[in-house]
Design a protein around this ligand. Structure first.
Ligand SMILES: NC(=O)c1ccc[n+]([C@@H]2O[C@H](COP(=O)([O-])OP(=O)(O)OC[C@H]3O[C@@H](n4cnc5c(N)ncnc54)[C@H](O)[C@@H]3O)[C@@H](O)[C@H]2O)c1
Length: 338
């Protein structure tokens, strides 16, 4: 398949581009390589996929995967997006580029409108204008807000987002539905649940905590540690996305008038935050200095994926045990931040 992937300098996108290229697919990746967090980490992810020295709007072919091309552009650069779509035909678009992060959406709401709303509609338009039949995109467990109906099921009403980040992800699901309805494009939204692993995001708890533990600085634990997350290992997320990308016909259709569907992709079992920290301490071989503080605005108390729909349609459930995932993550962390 010819696949267009956005966000390939990002955590999930970098692994996905490499994995799909290794499966033999033709991959075209883009990313703006913005400085929301350390761009050296983004460049290191590109480098592991054979993409060296990116510069704006320059197409690079991977030195290790000849069927993987990359171009640094912004989702809102319509001229360059159009240029790519005029010169290539894609069977599928996978949109992982976004302004991520719940807390940052309180400080810089405009960044979320730029990438997650304007960028998202640009891609849907590319899909429509260039007859691309499948559109797969990252949604988020944050659409469930502070729902107390656990585990979170896709049939639940999700119209009470408690951060602008979550509101943009819910908006994406609505926009995708509309394009499915109007133009018959198959859209598949993936609600990811706290993804962790090597090359993970430095604004998320695993790396924030691991960095602090290593540097003997206190870790800030919100809501006095009374939180739980459905931590999901990166390899499981990638395996799930590949199954969906290669067999989109297996996706069940919610309604008869639009080929639009959303799936939870999560481990399916919440881990209390303190248990997560203790496992990190065990594999980093060092105790954390803990600073307990109050709940942060926009944060949710728990996440827990009901994964039955994914299992029913694709015979797949993420299964890497937390201990195994943390072991892999801490081994990478020790080497990368030497
Ligand atoms: N990691 C998680 O736990 C998690 C959980 C739920 C949802 N998600 C969603 O999954 C997707 C991937 O997440 P991630 O953890 O890999 O995030 P990430 O921040 O590591 O990757 C996103 C990439 O998108 C790029 N980007 C942002 N705005 C862009 C724009 N306007 N044009 C081009 N590129 C742009 C960034 O430079 C970044 O490299 C995101 O949509 C995120 O919201 C992630």
């Amino acid at each position: 398949m010819n696949i267009f992937i956005t966000g390939t300098a990002g955590f999930i996108g970098s692994f996905l581009a490499e994995a799909l290229a290794k499966q033999g697919h033709q991959i075209y990746g883009i990313d703006s390589i913005n400085d929301y967090y350390d761009i050296n980490l983004k460049k290191a992810r590109l480098k592991k996929g054979g993409i060296h020295n990116p510069s704006y709007n320059q197409e690079i072919t991977s030195s290790t995967l000849p069927n993987y091309r990359f171009r640094q552009i912004d989702l809102c650069d319509n001229e360059q997006l159009e240029n790519i779509f005029q010169n290539n035909h894609f069977d599928c678009i996978i949109n992982l580029a976004a302004q991520a992060g719940v807390r940052y959406s309180l400080q810089n709401p405009q960044a979320y409108i730029h990438s997650n709303i304007e960028g998202f509609i640009n891609l849907l338009e590319c899909c429509r204008l260039h007859q691309c039949s499948h559109f797969i995109y990252a949604s988020s467990s944050s659409v469930y807000g502070n729902s107390s109906h656990t585990p979170f099921n896709e049939t639940e009403r999700v119209d009470q987002p408690i951060s602008l980040y979550a509101a943009t992800k819910k908006s994406n699901e609505l926009m995708a539905y509309t394009y499915s309805h109007l133009y018959g494009i198959q859209t598949i939204g993936l609600r990811f649940f706290t993804v962790y692993g090597p090359y993970g995001r430095p604004d998320m708890a695993p790396i924030l905590f691991a960095n602090a533990i290593k540097n003997k600085q206190p870790i800030r634990i919100f809501n006095n540690g009374n939180l739980s997350r459905d931590f999901t290992y990166i390899d499981d997320i990638i395996e799930g996305i590949i199954k969906i990308t290669e067999h989109p016909e297996q996706a069940s259709q919610n309604t008869t008038d639009a080929p639009a569907v959303v799936y939870n992709i999560g481990h399916g079992s919440p881990t209390p935050l303190m248990e997560f920290i203790h496992t990190l301490e065990k594999y980093l071989n060092q105790e954390a200095q803990k600073e307990f503080i109050e709940m942060q605005p926009g944060d949710v108390y728990q996440t827990w994926a009901d994964t039955r729909k994914l299992k029913q349609d694709f015979k797949y459930t993420p299964s890497t045990p937390l201990e195994e995932g943390i072991k892999q993550f801490t081994e990478w962390h020790k080497n990368f931040y030497k």
